[in-house]
Design a protein around this ligand. Structure first.
Ligand code: AMP
Length: 283
């Protein structure tokens, strides 16, 4: 038995607001970490960052149906709430918000968010439903939780840029913090979807960050962007990835074309059998 006290779990926005309102009345700053659960060290690093920037920390677990396309893994996405709650309690998270899908979306809900800008490329091209769904749920969660600061992972770099843009464009009064990607000893970005990988596939997956690091280094040394992208895609296929959706060198913030006078980012998505992995590194 652990000596960590169990984490309060709240299932509805109605149950949440009185708690957060009390904290705010007491002058406490509230941090928020939204997740889809199956927590790993990457998520926990966000909780620790929230703890450093706030007096109380709320984490949420919600496998958001509106960001999955019909053919994607909504039904099989790993769910392990009890284990997740133990991990969060050990990080001195103060409250877990785990709403049911029926309480999140009214059957006749019709309002959407048109994200545009940094959402219109890369992941937005391959998964057209995703960023609208992410923006909608993050906006709803912000309204329900009422945090002062929210923490997101650089692992999903494009998502972080889309959320920063939404918060700015819609005047949402939440400070957005990005946190570096947590990786295993071989540099593989931790991901809930790594659970789908066989041992052999994991060996291939570990080459993704190595190939991206080489591409970033080449661009820094002045190599042509398109040539670098194509040779990284070839390298991924040779390493054993079954398909490469993209390797792209982009402006880090707008995700438009890269110019050497501004911060850049190299981003990739590649598939190993049925599992799709993404990663990115600074130029
Ligand atoms: P998810 O549960 O996959 O929706 O992720 C929830 C949050 O955790 C998002 O802000 C992700 O970017 C972040 N995250 C996921 N994996 C990592 C990682 N390896 N390192 C840092 N943050 C991560």
């Amino acid at each position: 038995m652990s000596d960590v006290s169990p984490l309060p779990i709240v299932r509805s926005a109605d149950g949440l607001s009185p708690v957060v309102e009390d904290w705010h009345r007491a002058g406490l700053r509230v941090g928020f970490v939204p997740t889809m659960g199956a927590l790993h060290e990457g998520h926990l690093s966000l909780v620790r960052a929230a703890r450093r920037h706030a007096d109380r920390v709320v984490a949420s677990i919600f496998v958001n149906p509106t960001q999955f396309a019909a053919h994607e893994d909504l039904g099989t996405y790993p769910r392990q709430e009890a284990a997740d709650a133990d991990l969060l309690a050990a990080e001195t998270c103060d409250l877990l918000y785990a709403p049911a899908a029926q309480t999140m979306y009214q059957p006749d809900a019709t309002t959407q968010i048109l994200v545009g800008g940094p959402a219109q490329t890369l992941e937005g091209s391959f998964r057209p439903e995703m960023f609208g769904g992410v923006a909608l749920v993050v906006c709803k969660l912000f309204n329900q939780v009422g945090p002062d600061v929210a923490v997101f992972g650089e692992k999903d770099w494009q998502q972080l840029m889309v959320i920063r843009r939404m918060v700015r464009d819609l005047d949402i009064p939440v400070e957005i913090l990005g946190q570096p990607t947590a990786r295993d000893a071989h540099g593989l970005a931790l991901s809930s979807r790594n659970a789908y990988l066989s041992e052999d596939e994991r060996g291939v997956a570990r080459k993704l960050n190595v190939i991206l690091a080489k591409a970033a280094e080449q661009v820094r040394a002045g190599a042509a962007v398109q040539l670098t992208e194509r040779s990284a895609e070839d390298a991924l296929r040779q390493a054993g990835f079954s398909a490469v959706d993209y390797v792209a060198v982009r402006d880090a913030e707008s995700l438009g074309s890269y110019t050497p006078d501004r911060p850049g980012r190299v981003l990739a998505a590649a598939r190993l059998g049925g599992t799709r992995l993404i990663d990115n590194l600074p130029i």
